[in-house]
Each structure stands twice: as structure tokens, then as C-alpha cells.
Design a protein around this ligand. Structure first.
Ligand code: SAH
Ligand code: SF4
Ligand code: F3S
Length: 470
């Protein structure tokens, strides 16, 4: 079941090594290898790190053997994520025996959570750098090369890396992430992110628009605006004369070009406004898709989680979305077996899933994280087998829901942005529709980056299949 946990989630990207763009690798004398875990923001951070390291003469490599610096950008969201990283670090530690000059560094949320521990007590790494300290990487590398302990886990109230152009390392050249804010001020009791990422801050709106424009100019056709809670984006210019809300930012990016698709993630149900929904309805190139994590369908559990909405409130929000955006795709995150969860609470979650009929869901069983409010206040009292059984039920219900949702699309025609060649066959392309559903169709003369109208002829629970129509 643990595997099921990751299979159904984004974080299946876990442990990806970035491949350097072809023209990058040979121009640098020193090489770094980076592996990233966790959420899209973390992957995007690795691209910021790559940019900082390029300026220091380090080029990215996919080949571990030629690297003089290994970096692991880590995630602390669940215990399993940390275990995976520990295993990797132990492997790298043995690589150091063969190559004593090699530096190994830990970045990201686990670095922030454990601070110097992995360096001092466990001697697993040479440098420890938290998510707000990447600008100090060059100095820390120099220190570590000189044999010193290098740790910087200071969190910042201002750092957004807004002026740094991320180096796109592992990408399809069509879709890209753009971070618009950092940190999180919500205190969901189960969540470690406010502790590892610090206070919420919004990036300069103009630097975001500039980055999106550059991406478009370089052939990209879709940007996903990223933040832990994008709807609370709020930027004030230095002079204080200008403010930009998330709805306004969305509009600015949408106006760059009709051929640039705009997505965003994540929306906290309490913060998404009608204004955002109306901007989405107004612009064809803002995708009709919202990731609206519910976490639980039980009001009592939602209160314990400090999500600040009730079951009924969430349902009303979903109805409002369907009113303003009738064809909007909806996805969610769900946690099973949170502290004190009863069978009745669990059934409330199942009912919620039947009500919303999510197109996509990332489902987990609760994993207590040290230092979080839940760890301090409540007992992690649901036995693991119960957590996992409930997760299995949630996963199965979601599979049925999403299959039914896919079947409803058969016969419809969608505009698909082509992202690449299908994994199964070189004669087929794949892309996504507005609602974020994956569509596969015969290649003909179409290419990556094209918009193609595709009529859906059949489906599985994860993929629509169709043919291009003129
Ligand atoms: N900012 C986003 C989510 C960030 S973490 C939001 O507010 O929705 C991604 C997901 O991981 C969460 O939505 C939650 O479902 C899950 N998660 C977070 N902490 C967890 C924990 N301790 N155990 C299990 N799942 C957790
Ligand atoms: Fe964690 Fe809640 Fe913030 Fe999401 S909104 S990152 S779940 S504290
Ligand atoms: Fe993980 Fe940190 Fe993202 S804990 S989910 S990498 S913000």
C-alpha cells in the first residue's frame, strides 16, 4: 500500500535526476548532479539552484561519476519521503569513499527540518542548505571544500529568488512551472510545510510576467503558477503604490499571448475567490482546472486539521465553481486515518468524493510529522492497517469515479496541447486538454507544442484516446 501512496501522487516524480539541456553540459569545467524529491515547487527550486551554480562554473550532469558535487533536494511531507532520501544519502556516502573530493549536499525541506543533524550526528552529508538559503550555496561549497561544516538553514521573510532565471533542466520544452510565492501561513495541523518553508511571501508580479514571457518566447506553450496557497498571492510594489492580487496576476499572464496556456496550483478552498473564477471564465487560455484539496469530508476532522472550512462550505464552493465554470476539472488531496478519525468520518470523505467526482486525486494515509501541531496536540491513534484499509477504499472509489468521468468524455472533442510522444508508441502523441486530462492520439504530422483538436473515441481510467479532427 505504501507504493500505492506514491503511485497515485505527483510525487511519483520523486528522485528524478535532472538532465542538462544538451548545450549546457560541455561549457563548464565542474559538474554537479542533482536529484529532486517532493512537490513541483521543490523541482522548480532545483532549477533556481542550477542557475546559481551555473554562475559559479558548475554545469549539470546526469552522470554521477563525473560530478564533483551531488545535491539532493528533499521533501519532509511524509515519513516515507524522508526514508527514501536517507537511503539515497547512504548510497552517496559510500560513493565518497571511492572519490574523496566529492561533496554531497542536502537541500530543501528535510535540510530545513533536520538542520545540522545529518552533518554532525550522522555524517551523511558535507553541506546542508535550507530552501531560503540557496544564494549562499557558492560560499558554502567553498567552505565545505576547505573542510568546514557548511550549514545555512535560515528562513527568510523576503527571499523569492524573483530575479533568478531558473535553468530548465529536465523538461519537454512545452510546459513549465513558475513559482509565484514561497512559504505558507496556514497552519494545517498535519503539515510540516510552514516549518520547512517559512512565512508566506509573494514574488514581484513583473518578474513573474517576465519569466512567463521568456518561456513563451523560447517556445513554451503552458505555464503553471506555483505556490502552496496561490489564492493568497498579494504583491505590493516597493513604493507601495501598486498591489497585485492573484486574480490580477492570472489576468496579466493570460494576456501575454492567447497561445500561452495558464494553470495554477494549489488553491486552498478557503481562499479561492469568485474574482479568480471570473478571470478563469473570461480567458480561454486559462485552463478550466482547479486543484482544490479537501483533505477530509468530515467537518469534525477538518476542524482538527485546522482547515477552517466545513464539509458544507466546501460543497458550496464546488457548486459555485460549477456555476461559473461549468466544465471545470477538479482534483483533490485526501488524507485517511487522521487522528481520531472514525468510520463515520471516513464515510463522510467517501460521500464527499461521490459528491464532487474528482477527476484526479492524490491520496495518502496520515503520517505524523515531528513538530507539527497535530504531533504536539493529538495522538496518532489510528492503527496503520486501518489507515491503509481506508486509503485503499478511497483509492478504489476514486478509480471508479475517474473512470466514469473519463467515459463521459468519449465522443467529445477537445483542444489538446501536445507535450510529446506517447510512452507506449512512437506513432502516437500525448497532451492534455483544458481540464488536465491526458489524451493520446495518432501522430500524423503534428508536433510537440501544437494545439490539436482531438475527438475522443475511448478511454481508460487515466487516459483518453482519440483522433485529430480538422
Ligand atoms: N499546500 C497544499 C498542499 C501541500 S502538501 C495545500 O494546501 O493543499 C500536499 C499534500 O500532502 C497535502 O494536501 C496533504 O494531503 C498531504 N499531506 C501533508 N501532510 C501530510 C501528512 N502529515 N500525512 C499525510 N499526508 C500529508
Ligand atoms: Fe500545508 Fe496547509 Fe500550508 Fe498546504 S495550506 S502547505 S497543507 S499548511
Ligand atoms: Fe515536500 Fe517541502 Fe514540497 S515538504 S511537498 S518539498 S514544500
Amino acid at each position: 500500500m505504501l507504493d500505492q501512496n506514491t503511485k497515485v501522487h505527483d510525487e511519483s516524480r520523486q528522485g528524478e535526476a535532472f538532465s542538462p539541456a544538451a548545450n549546457h553540459s560541455n561549457t563548464y569545467s565542474k559538474k554537479f548532479y542533482i536529484e529532486s524529491y517532493g512537490c513541483a515547487m521543490n523541482f522548480n527550486d532545483s532549477e533556481i539552484v542550477a542557475s546559481i551554480l551555473n554562475d559559479e562554473g558548475f554545469g549539470a550532469t546526469r552522470n554521477l561519476e563525473e560530478a564533483s558535487l551531488i545535491l539532493v533536494n528533499t521533501c519532509s511531507i511524509r515519513e516515507k519521503a524522508e526514508q527514501t532520501v536517507r537511503k539515497r544519502l547512504t548510497e552517496f556516502k559510500s560513493a565518497k569513499k571511492a572519490n574523496p573530493g566529492l561533496l554531497v549536499g542536502i537541500l530543501g525541506c528535510m535540510a530545513e527540518r533536520l538542520k545540522g543533524k545529518l552533518l554532525d550526528e550522522e555524517k551523511l552529508v558535507d553541506l546542508v542548505v535550507g530552501p531560503d538559503a540557496y544564494r549562499s550555496l557558492p560560499a558554502l561549497i567553498a567552505e565545505a571544500n576547505g573542510g568546514q561544516k557548511s550549514v545555512n538553514v535560515l528562513l527568510s521573510r523576503e527571499e523569492t529568488y524573483g530575479d533568478i532565471s531558473p535553468v530548465r533542466l529536465d523538461n519537454n520544452g512545452v510546459t513549465s512551472f513558475v513559482s509565484i510565492m514561497r512559504g505558507c501561513n496556514n497552519m494545517c495541523t498535519f503539515c510540516v510545510v510552514p516549518f520547512t518553508r517559512g512565512r508566506e511571501r509573494s514574488r514581484d508580479a513583473y518578474s513573474i510576467v517576465r519569466e512567463a514571457q521568456e518561456l513563451f518566447d523560447n517556445g513554451y506553450r503552458e505555464v503553471t503558477l506555483l505556490g502552496q496557497n496561490v489564492d493568497s498571492y498579494y504583491w505590493t510594489s516597493d513604493s507601495g503604490d501598486e498591489t497585485v492580487t492573484f486574480a490580477q496576476l492570472l489576468e496579466k499572464v493570460a494576456l501575454l499571448h492567447p497561445l500561452l496556456r495558464v494553470r495554477f496550483s494549489t488553491s486552498h478552498p478557503k481562499d479561492i475567490t469568485d474574482e479568480v473564477l471570473h478571470v478563469m471564465a473570461k480567458y480561454e487560455n486559462i485552463c478550466n482546472y482547479i486543484h482544490l484539496p479537501v483533505q477530509s469530508g468530515s467537518t469534525r476532522i477538518l476542524q482538527l486539521m485546522n482547515r477552517t472550512y466545513t464539509r458544507e462550505w466546501y460543497m458550496k464552493k464546488v457548486e459555485r465553481i460549477r456555476e461559473i465554470l461549468p466544465d471545470c476539472g477538479l482534483s483533490t488531496d485526501i488524507i485517511t486515518g487522521f487522528c481520531t478519525e472514525t468510520e463515520e468520518d471516513h464515510q463522510d470523505t467517501m460521500d464527499m468524493m461521490r459528491f464532487v467526482r474528482y477527476d484526479l486525486a492524490y491520496m495518502y494515509f496520515y503520517s505524523e510529522r515531528p513538530g507539527t501541531l497535530a504531533a504536539r496536540r493529538y495522538q496518532d491513534d489510528i492503527p496503520e492497517d486501518v489507515k491503509k484499509r481506508r486509503l485503499a477504499e478511497v483509492v478504489e472509489l476514486h478509480r471508479q469515479n475517474s473512470l466514469a468521468g473519463m467515459q463521459r468524455e468519449v465522443g467529445r472533442t477537445f483542444k489538446v496541447l501536445v507535450e510529446g510522444t506517447s510512452k507506449r508508441s512512437a506513432d502516437e502523441l500525448f497532451g492534455r486538454n483544458d481540464q488536465n486530462k491526458v489524451i493520446v492520439f495518432p501522430k500524423e504530422n503534428y508536433q510537440k507544442g501544437d494545439y490539436v483538436m482531438v475527438k475522443v473515441e475511448s478511454c481508460t481510467s487515466g487516459t483518453l484516446r482519440g483522433v485529430a479532427v480538422k
